[in-house]
Design a protein around this ligand. Structure first.
Ligand SMILES: Nc1ncnc2c1ncn2[C@@H]1O[C@H](COP(=O)(O)OP(=O)(O)O)[C@@H](O)[C@H]1O
Ligand SMILES: [Mg+2]
Length: 270
């Protein structure tokens, strides 16, 4: 479904250009949840932005290939991107307050993809939004529909983002640190919601996090990045049990109470 081969990204506004992602490769099957993990500054967000065609001009893809459902993403025009982004590929970010529009109602934002990409009428869109609100665990959908983002808690806003990202039934969702801003209990709830939605809709998730615990809770495979380079890739089990790269070992060592958690197997976050 998604194939990235040898992707490199350079910042062009410095001399010489600054390489922030080097030779990144990834293959995702439909419905798979694949993780990208690495410390802050390792190039995860730049990679995510590249997959969504959202790199700023200063950052340029200098080599590599990206295919989505067999289509060359690097050859898409702005217009073609608009038909893909938010529809076939959707995204959620760390801080929903910055991605939600403060002056638009929750309902209005959740129906956007239906308004732009389907011919559903207003009534049908509203019905779908209310249904989706229920699915992502938002209580009292009717009441919430007309609320504004600032009236919601961080966890509720992230549920809104997930609902908005999934309502058009995308094939791929890029989730860049979607739980990092949330406290641990809410994090666990959002992760299980993502897993449930993945099962329900078959949406593949490219899940980006600096936190291996979170990756372990949700991903089947993982790519480990360090300073723009891929240092390791494999199944989550394998990478956690027999890490090859020193950097990965360091990340594992940083997981608090890792011994108990590893013995406990993959039981969510705790
Ligand atoms: N606007 C920018 N100009 C120059 N360098 C940048 C800019 N934005 C990010 N970078 C650099 O790109 C690298 C990768 O950043 P990023 O992908 O955001 O990392 P991550 O998401 O893994 O924390 C970092 O080293 C960062 O310093
Ligand atoms: Mg980032």
């Amino acid at each position: 479904m998604l194939e990235i081969d040898g992707l490199s990204i350079d910042f062009m506004d410095v001399e010489p250009p600054l390489r922030v992602v080097e030779d990144f490769s990834l293959r995702m099957e439909p419905g798979e949840i694949v993780g990208v993990v690495g410390e802050s500054g390792s190039g995860k967000t730049m990679t995510a932005l590249a997959v969504m065609g959202l790199l700023k001009r200063r950052a340029r893809i200098t080599s590599g290939r990206m295919l989505f459902q067999g289509k060359d993403l690097l050859a898409l025009s702005q217009k073609e991107w608009e038909a893909v982004r938010g529809h076939k590929i959707s995204m959620i970010f760390q801080e929903p307050m910055t991605s939600l529009n403060p002056v638009l109602t929750i309902g209005g934002q959740m129906e956007e993809s239906l308004r732009l990409h389907t011919d559903m009428d207003r009534k049908e869109r509203r019905r779908r939004v209310l249904e989706m609100m229920g699915q992502v665990g938002l209580a009292q959908p009717e009441k919430l529909y007309g609320c504004y983002p600032h009236q919601l808690s961080g966890g509720m806003r992230q549920r809104v983002m997930i609902g908005a990202a999934l309502i058009g039934r995308p094939k791929l969702m890029v989730a860049d640190e979607p739980t990092t801003a949330l406290d641990v209990t809410i994090q666990a709830q959002i992760l299980s919601l993502l897993k449930e939605m993945n099962r329900e809709y078959g949406t593949g998730i490219l899940f980006i996090s600096h936190d291996l615990r979170v990756i372990r809770a949700i991903c089947s495979r993982v790519v480990v990045m360090c300073q723009g380079q891929t240092v390791e890739t494999g199944s989550v089990e394998q990478v956690l049990r027999t890490p090859q790269a020193d950097y990965t070992k360091k990340l594992i060592a940083a997981i608090p109470d890792r011994g108990a958690r590893l013995r406990g197997g993959r039981k969510g976050l705790a």
